[in-house]
Design a protein around this ligand. Structure first.
Ligand code: NDP
Ligand code: MG
Length: 387
């Protein structure tokens, strides 16, 4: 364990969400390694004000400008505040920042991520949408600038730990583990009747609402397959999924000699967040160790590919590439939002995505503008299919 001279200066975008709060727990746990210097949220003014005060942060961003006046009354005079996408970009490119942790749900994190890379910052990415939509562009920009894209998503962080910068030619398969969600054992003919409340009861992880629904449909795992494809430069055919209900093995890498390495810990996002911050060092913390005797067993089973079409749709999107993954992601966001408003049934989520994808003419090697355009078109199409 190397002792650095000063803590890493980190900007957290999406600090008031589930991952954002876990990131701040890590900052409390290892202050000698992580100093928070910028915080951004969408509209939760009270939480953001508390965070700015607790960590004595001098740069904040509230995306929705309607919250600005209220926020000003709750913070110290020497804090500089920004709003909107320009504000996020301002924080993502702060000259003193060493790393930008992106934990914004949805597409709003994409431009700030690219701006951070352009400014030569390492990025820690929780927002899988960024890599699903624009993985090719993000990874090639990072390579060009010589900056690191450190995965926070637990599966990808696990793979990152197992790979340790080995060449993709050493790898035979990346094996993503999936909890299977709350409907892992539900007969297929009952999926049409599941409620929002049932879908929001995740068996192992406490997360934001969007990703919890994605875990129930398995779109989360589908998005993660595409995320892995870009992060590790491994084509989709070598990205596999196995259901592991206990969420203790966070993912595995099978090498060409058929040896498999796995990363294990309790299901707490502080583990991957900490490693993304301290990499390549390992440092002690107050997180709970594993008790194998108490666990007693770890189970694995094949995913139900036919009953949960999200996996096959993601496979198709990842293999075809171009703008299709962005279209899948956008249609899914619209459908999940409608399901959360109890406007559509659970299977209508993947039906909407499938129809939106099949109506799209994918563009190969798209520009950022083409990706954003495909995203907008897919949102309009999915909205039309739902209404
Ligand atoms: P939450 O819904 O809990 O939090 C989202 C955060 O993003 C909030 O801080 C929200 O602010 C902020 N936000 C939303 N839009 C904007 C915007 N335009 N500008 C600035 N901030 C914004 O989500 P999660 O923390 O669960 O997930 C965040 C990302 O991490 C997602 O991409 C998810 O897929 C990924 N992820 C999450 C995991 C988890 O365990 N939760 C695991 C792996 C990946 P406000 O509070 O003001 O609304
Ligand atoms: Mg994950």
């Amino acid at each position: 364990m190397a002792e650095p001279s000063s803590p890493k200066k980190v900007v957290v975008l999406g600090s008031t969400g589930s991952i954002g709060e876990s990131s701040l727990s890590v900052a409390r746990d290892i202050p000698e390694r992580m100093e928070v210097i910028g915080l951004a949220a969408h509209r939760r003014v009270d939480s953001l004000a508390k965070q700015l005060a607790e960590f004595d942060v001098k740069q904040g961003c509230i995306f929705d400008p309607k919250g600005l006046d209220q926020l000003k009354t709750q913070i110290a005079d020497d804090v500089t505040l920004y709003t909107g996408e320009d504000g996020l970009v301002e924080l993502a490119t702060l000259p003193e920042a060493d790393m930008v942790l992106i934990a914004i749900v949805g597409v709003a994190g994409l431009r700030p991520a690219l701006a951070a890379i352009e400014a030569g910052k390492d990025i820690a990415v929780a927002s899988k949408e960024i890599l699903v939509m624009a993985g090719e562009a993000v990874m090639s920009a990072a390579r060009e600038k010589g900056v690191r894209v450190l995965p926070v998503d637990s599966e990808h962080n696990a793979i990152f730990q197992c790979l340790e910068d080995r060449s993709p030619t050493d790898v035979s398969r990346l094996i993503l583990t999936a909890s299977g969600g709350p409907f892992r054992e539900l007969p297929a003919d009952q999926l049409a009747t599941v409620t929002k409340a049932q879908a929001l009861k995740h068996p192992t992880w406490a997360m934001g609402q969007k990703i919890t629904i994605d875990s129930a449909t398995l779109f989360n795992k589908g998005l993660e397959m595409i995320e892995a494809r870009w992060l590790f430069d491994i084509e989709m055919q070598r990205v596999d999924v196995i259901v592991h209900p206990q969420s203790i093995v966070h993912s595995m890498v099978e090498f060409i000699d058929n040896s498999v390495l796995a990363q294990l810990s309790t299901a707490d996002m502080c583990f991957p967040i900490q490693y993304a911050i301290t990499w390549p060092d390992r440092v002690p913390n107050t997180l709970p160790p594993l008790d194998f005797a108490e666990l007693a067993q770890l189970n694995f089973e094949a995913p139900r590919w036919d009953d949960f079409p999200a996996l096959n749709l993601a496979k198709e999107a990842g293999e075809k590439g171009g703008t299709l993954p962005a279209v899948m992601n956008a249609a899914n966001e619209v459908a999940v939002a409608a399901f959360l408003k109890e406007l559509i049934s659970f299977p209508k989520i993947w039906e909407t995505v499938e129809e939106t994808m099949s109506s799209h003419n994918s563009i190969t090697h798209p520009s950022l503008e083409e990706i954003i355009d495909a995203d907008l078109q897919a949102r309009a199409k999915a909205t039309e299919l739902i209404s």
